[in-house]
Design a protein around this ligand. Structure first.
Ligand SMILES: [Zn+2]
Length: 317
């Protein structure tokens, strides 16, 4: 937060030993904290109320917006608008896979899917994963593309809440902001440059994202939550093992890659990285391994490999 110079009020709280925000590093307010900006064609909106109203107008008129989230950019449109979702599918060159959607509330989501107790627990947990749910009523057909299951989640950023409260539509598509198979984009300028063929507008804020993470994807089997993609909210929480795996580095596979590093009897798994055949994804892999080694002060002595995959190349260094 050091790039956001504190205003007088925040500094007073930060330096007052009796204040509950004494030396709380992320202290910031509307005046001195990170700010949103909405870019539509050549116009830039900086007033927050204007940004919110204009975003609502854009979504409701069927536009596609690249919106900066917690772990990277998303592409967003009205999930009830067939033209908008079909456009997003065509522009993102995404033929098969369904899109994830975000609903404003559990009540609204229940108008489209059946939800049991365990699924409800997952949806409303602080981790806010995408949960695969059985659909009984369809949103726009291009959202699910014929699949009977819908990947839905609830809002997890203040802006999501504010936006969905104002929108007439019950749900928005919120899919990874990237070109097919590339990692989710973090940087504002890169987003504008890369996604300009897909998005009609860009909603950004001026704080950098440290750790690139996609939304986690889960589903329930026999009343037990299971993860398909372990990312935002779940990593890097370690998994306990019965063995001492200290210093072991498991490089992971080529497709749907994630790696693991052993520390005593804990396996620290990375977030979902993706398909390492893609050069940008491979760079994301290298950058994340280095980040984890630094973050957890890890030294790897042993390496666990599966085959001659791109991750194997990295471990030979
Ligand atoms: Zn302030």
């Amino acid at each position: 937060m050091d790039v956001f110079e504190m205003c007088e009020t925040c500094r007073k709280e930060y330096t007052d030993v009796l204040d509950r925000r004494f030396h709380a590093q992320p202290v910031a307010c509307n005046h001195c904290g990170p700010e949103y900006e909405l870019i539509v064609e050549n116009r830039r909106y900086t007033n927050f109320d204007e940004i919110l109203n204009k975003t609502v107008e854009l979504v409701e008129s069927g536009k596609i917006i690249a919106i900066k989230g917690m772990g990277g950019f998303h592409l967003m449109c009205d999930a009830g608008n067939e033209q908008a979702t079909a456009n997003l599918r065509a522009r993102k060159l995404r033929e098969g896979k369904p899109f994830a959607v975000m609903f404003g509330s559990l009540g609204e989501l229940e108008n489209y899917v059946s939800i049991d107790k365990t699924e409800k627990g997952l949806l409303t947990s602080w981790r806010r994963p995408i949960v695969l749910l059985k659909c009984h009523t369809e949103l726009a057909p291009s959202v699910n593309n014929g699949f009977q299951q819908m990947g839905a989640m609830l809002p997890y950023m203040p802006f999501h809440h504010q936006l969905l409260e104002k929108l007439q539509t019950p749900a928005i598509v919120l899919t990874s902001g990237n070109l097919s198979d590339e990692p989710i984009i973090l940087d504002n300028e890169l987003a504008v440059e890369t996604l300009s063929g897909i998005a009609d507008a860009f909603l950004v804020y001026n704080r950098e994202i440290f750790n690139r993470v996609d939304d986690s994807v889960s589903f329930v089997v026999n009343e037990k939550p299971r993860l398909i993609r372990r990312s935002r909210g779940f990593v890097p929480t370690p998994i306990k093992t019965k063995l001492n795996i200290d210093g072991i580095f498991a490089a992971g596979a080529e497709l749907v890659n994630c790696f693991a590093i052993g520390k005593e009897n804990l396996a620290i798994l990375s977030q979902h990285i993706g398909d390492l055949k893609n050069y940008e994804t491979y760079q994301f892999y290298e950058e994340t391994v280095e980040k984890y080694k630094k973050l957890f002060r890890l030294k790897t002595d042993l390496v666990a490999l599966l085959r001659a995959w791109p991750s194997t190349g990295w471990t030979k260094r």
